[in-house]
Design a protein around this ligand. Structure first.
Ligand SMILES: Cc1ncc(COP(=O)(O)O)c(C=O)c1O
Length: 372
């Protein structure tokens, strides 16, 4: 299995990062989406309050955490009727994405579907389980061998949002195939343009999507980005109680439990909407600086109506763009890291300080003037 895993792709960026770092005014790293703003004080205080953790933590989550997740779905995601049986905390969401196929007993001969422009860990999870990965956004293409379907809305890298109709069509197809369907919704609080400027981004657990049954349907969410908690590893799954009970059993046996102080901190994070709104405004301001500068520099922005990234192309090979950007001291993510269909795209993350984003915009504008 280990032999079938690819090399870690970001290692290929080392020479570009070295060149970008040699820029006179320093690197602007817009490659990996790792938060740069501080963890809100109230969450850090909650963590500090809970450092007496002599007993093993509950794999299912404390009753307070289960309640906080249920309440959060109702308040922020328009999803009511969940109970403690419909939620499960995870140690960040990446471990769940990578291990879910294995935990569900998916393996050789089975197909796992993921988006065409995709967070690479969906395919890694298929490789770990020995299953085939298929990149497809069209439910009609999903084959009879499909056992698991990943949706990602808003998408990484492309910021695409799936509407209620699109989510419902995907769930209906999953039911025909008797497959599990999971929507990774970790950027759901970051809507910017089009309908998402005013309407909440729909969850797969929305009653208009599931049409009365959560069977084989899960949503996953992470506090990494909305609450600057990437270093804490705080996430959860919600939905089908039968599936979650199976996962809980595996996780108990494997010792995959969220540390008790983090469970306490998550309750506080989930109960406070103010810091989430503040963080969203930081990202909005950065997006409003970077997006027009990319347009001025000759990039086209595709989708990106929500989420943490700008998905852009200047119509040339992605590595040519990455090379030119490195000369400007800017590091971005090449489209080929997100599948085989976007050889000319690059991904710009909004996770840099205001000062660094302004520096990137100035450098992009300077080249656009030179080009005239
Ligand atoms: C689409 C998507 N899913 C999951 C994750 C994992 O997030 P975490 O493990 O921090 O919860 C990321 C991280 O960037 C992501 O972009």
């Amino acid at each position: 299995m280990l032999a079938s895993l690819p090399d870690y792709p970001w290692d290929q960026m080392v020479p570009y990062a070295t060149r970008a770092r040699s820029h006179a005014d320093g690197i602007v790293d817009l490659s990996i989406g790792s938060p740069v703003d501080v963890t809100p004080e109230l969450i850090r205080r909650a963590l500090a309050e809970a450092t007496d953790a002599h007993a093993y933590p509950q794999t299912a989550g404390t009753p307070q955490l289960q309640r906080a997740i249920v309440d959060w779905y109702e308040r922020r995601r328009g999803v009511s009727g969940l109970t403690e049986k419909n939620v499960l905390p995870t140690i960040g969401s990446k471990e769940l994405v990578a291990l879910l196929p294995f935990m569900l007993g998916i393996g050789e001969g089975d197909t796992i579907v993921h988006p065409r422009a995709a967070y690479p860990t969906y395919a890694i999870g298929a490789a770990i389980a020995g299953a085939d990965a298929l990149a497809s956004d069209d439910p009609a293409e999903w084959p009879a061998s499909t056992r698991l379907i990943w949706l990602n809305s808003p998408g990484n890298p492309d910021g695409r949002v799936l509407t209620v109709d699109e989510l419902r069509a995907a769930v209906r197809r999953a039911r025909e195939l008797d497959a599990v369907i999971v929507s990774d919704e970790c950027y759901a609080e970051l809507g910017w343009d089009g309908p998402w400027a005013t309407e909440p981004i729909p969850s797969i657990l929305d009653p208009r999507v599931i049409e009365g049954s959560r069977h084989n349907v899960l949503a996953i969410y992470s506090l990494s980005k909305q609450s600057n908690l990437a270093g804490y590893r705080a996430a959860f799954a919600a939905g089908c109680s039968t599936l979650l009970a199976r996962l809980l059993t595996v996780r108990k046996h494997a010792g995959l439990m969220l540390p008790a102080p983090l469970q306490h901190a998550m309750v506080t994070a989930l109960g406070d909407d103010v810091h989430v709104a503040e963080q969203k405004e930081r990202y909005r301001a950065r997006r409003n600086v970077l997006l027009p500068a990319l347009l001025d520099a000759g990039f086209r922005i595709d989708n990106s109506e929500a989420g943490l990234y700008l998905w852009a192309t200047e119509g040339v090979d992605a590595w040519t763009s990455i090379d030119r950007l490195a000369d400007l001291g800017i590091l971005a993510g090449p489209g080929p890291f997100y599948g085989d269909f976007f050889p000319k795209h690059v991904r710009f993350s909004l996770t840099a300080t205001d000062e660094r984003i302004a520096a990137a915009a100035d450098r992009l504008r300077a080249v656009s003037v030179e080009n005239i």
